[in-house]
Write a protein that binds this ligand. Structure first.
Ligand SMILES: Cc1cc2nc3c(=O)[nH]c(=O)nc-3n(C[C@H](O)[C@H](O)[C@H](O)COP(=O)(O)OP(=O)(O)OC[C@H]3O[C@@H](n4cnc5c(N)ncnc54)[C@H](O)[C@@H]3O)c2cc1C
Ligand code: SF4
Length: 316
C-alpha cells in the first residue's frame, strides 16, 4: 500500500471542499472496497477523508411519504429496518443477497453505490484495462467473459456493475442527494447516476471531483409484490451472474431491473409494459441489441427463466 495522509471530516461541506482541493484525495466510509483496491495498488489515494463521524447514519421519514437513508447507514441496518422490510421488501432482499454478514455490517449505503467492478482483469495490474489505466486496452475482450456485460457495453469495456442493493434501488426509483465542493447540494435520480462505459469506462458515475453523497431518498411506497432473485455460482458470498429485481402489481403491471448484465443497473421502462404478456416479452425488450460471447450467452435464457420464476412467485 502506498503512503497517504488521513483526516476525519467534520462536516459534509468541508469534506467535499477538502476532497476537491487536495489532488488524489478520497473519502473512506466502510472501507470494504477501497482498502482492497489500495492494497492491490489499483486505487492510490494521497489523502483519505474519513467520513464516519458525519451524522449521516439515520433513516428518516420524508414529507413526501418516503424515507431518507443517510449515506453512512450500514447495509445490515438498512436491510433490517422495519419500514424498509414492510414497504420496500425488494431492497431488503437485495441487500441480504450480497456479500456476507460481516461485510454488510461495515458497508455503507453510499459506498455500495460506488463499489468498483469485479472484472478479474481490473484487479490484475499486469493486464491492460481501460478502466484501471485509460487507453491501455481491454483484456476481457477476447479473454474470459463469463461474468461480463451483454448489454450497454462498448469497445473499450465490457465490465458489469456488481452491486445488488443498487439494482433494487433502480427499480424503486431512488434519488441520490449530494453536496458539491462549493457547498451547493443537488439530487440525482438513480437512472442518471451510473454511466455506461463508452470511451471513458474509468468514469463510472456523474459525481464531480470531491462531490459527497449525503443520502438516498426513497419515494412513497408503491406496494405490489416485491422480489429480488440472484443467480450465482455459489449459494452465498458470490457476486451475481444475473439478478432480477421486480415489483409486480395485482393487475400484472410493474417494474423490472436487472443486475449482472451491464455497466449499471439495467432497466428499460418500455419493456415493462410487456409484463402482463409474460417473461419472454419483457426479457426480449430488456435485452434488445444484446451482444454476447460463447462464455456469457447463457445469460440471455437465464434472465428470461429467472424473470419467469419471479412472475410465477408473484402470482402465487
Ligand atoms: C468479499 C466481498 C464480497 C462482496 N460481495 C458483494 C455482493 O455479493 N453484492 C454486493 O452488492 N456487494 C458485494 N460486496 C461489495 C460491498 O457491498 C462493498 O464493498 C460495500 O458496499 C462498499 O461500501 P463501503 O462503505 O465499505 O465503501 P468504501 O470502500 O468505504 O468506499 C467505496 C468507494 O465509495 C467512495 N465513497 C464512500 N462513501 C462516499 C460518499 N458518501 N460520497 C462519495 N463517495 C463515497 C469511496 O471514496 C470509495 O471510492 C462484496 C465485497 C467484498 C469485499
Ligand atoms: S472489461 Fe472493463 S474492467 Fe474489464 S478489462 Fe476490460 S476495460 Fe478493464
Amino acid at each position: 500500500m502506498k503512503a497517504f495522509t488521513y483526516e476525519r471530516a467534520k462536516s459534509p461541506a468541508e469534506a467535499a471542499a477538502t476532497a476537491a482541493r487536495i489532488p488524489g484525495a478520497k473519502f473512506i466510509a466502510g472501507g470494504t472496497n477501497l482498502l482492497d483496491l489500495m492494497k492491490l495498488q489499483i486505487d492510490n489515494p494521497t489523502h483519505l477523508i474519513d467520513i464516519n463521524d458525519l451524522s449521516l447514519d439515520r433513516i428518516e421519514a420524508t414529507p413526501e411519504g418516503g424515507l431518507r437513508i443517510g449515506a453512512l447507514v450500514r447495509n445490515t441496518d438498512l436491510a433490517a429496518d422495519p419500514r424498509i422490510r414492510r414497504d420496500y421488501g425488494v431492497l431488503t432482499r437485495a441487500i441480504v443477497a450480497g456479500a456476507s454478514g460481516q461485510l454488510r455490517n461495515q458497508a455503507t449505503t453510499a459506498g455500495n453505490l460506488l463499489q468498483r467492478t469485479r472484472c478479474p482483469y481490473f484487479y490484475d495490474t499486469d493486464q491492460p484495462c481501460n478502466k484501471r489505466k485509460p487507453g491501455s486496452g481491454c483484456s476481457a475482450i477476447g479473454g474470459f467473459t463469463r461474468i461480463h456485460a451483454i448489454v450497454g457495453a462498448s469497445e473499450a469495456c465490457i465490465a458489469t456493475f456488481p452491486s445488488d442493493m443498487a439494482i433494487a434501488m433502480r427499480v424503486l426509483d431512488v434519488a441520490i442527494e449530494t453536496v458539491r465542493p462549493n457547498g451547493a447540494t443537488r439530487t440525482i435520480p438513480i437512472a442518471d447516476f451510473h454511466r455506461l462505459p463508452g470511451n471513458t469506462p474509468h468514469i463510472e458515475n456523474v459525481l464531480e471531483a470531491g462531490e459527497l453523497i449525503t443520502a438516498v431518498t426513497l419515494p412513497r411506497p408503491v406496494g405490489g409484490v416485491q422480489a429480488y432473485r440472484k443467480v450465482r455460482d455459489r449459494a452465498s458470498y458470490a457476486f451475481a451472474l444475473i439478478s432480477v429485481a421486480a415489483i409486480v402489481q395485482p393487475d400484472g403491471n410493474g417494474r423490472v431491473a436487472l443486475g449482472g448484465v451491464a455497466h449499471k443497473p439495467w432497466r428499460v421502462e418500455a419493456a415493462e409494459r410487456e409484463l402482463p404478456r409474460g417473461a419472454r416479452a419483457v426479457a426480449a425488450g430488456l435485452l434488445a441489441g444484446a451482444r454476447t460471447t460463447h462464455e456469457n450467452e447463457f445469460k440471455l435464457p437465464l434472465v428470461e427463466r429467472t424473470l419467469a420464476a419471479v412472475l410465477q412467485d408473484a402470482k402465487g
